[in-house]
Design a protein around this ligand. Sequence first.
Ligand SMILES: [Fe+2]
Length: 185
Amino acid sequence: MLTPFAANIELLTGSIDLPEQRVVSRTLDDVNGIFETGCHGSEVVYEVFNLDVPEINSELQTCTTRLYPGRVGDEYYMTKGHFHEVRNRSEIYLTTSGVGRLLMATSSGETVVHEMTPGTMNYIPGGWAHRSVNVGSEPLVFFAAYVGDAGHDYATIEKCGFPVRVVAGEDGPTVVANPRYVADA
Ligand SMILES: [Fe+2]
């Protein structure tokens, strides 16, 4: 049985004041292939700060994400995006800083896009892939909690892409269809 614990999260940066955490850092090299055009380099696109909790169904995984502002071509910096390995596992996000879009899609291509602004709680039901996009000029920071044994399936998104992309249009962030998307048959 776990011992109860508490953490302080810096809302503007997502930093967590606990020593036991696993930090995942994704550079432009790491996310090459998710944008329409290629990207290379050691610049960090986003970081995920994970708290160390057993990956079992009875617990909740929690993390914060700090997604930096930037663009590759006309697309905003975004996360790789994933389904949960156990497909029906759900997740909630709470945005604490910045402005973004949350792209969600089923394996048959049904798509929902929601805004992320400070105070927004996004509920991601089981079965929906999810990807965050920073459409602002400051880091997009959000807290996430999800079922402990959910796991991450990045491969399906790498293979199929997302049905939509968010590009910088004349009137701001614009959601457009992704012609390269193929439904996961
Ligand atoms: Fe997730």
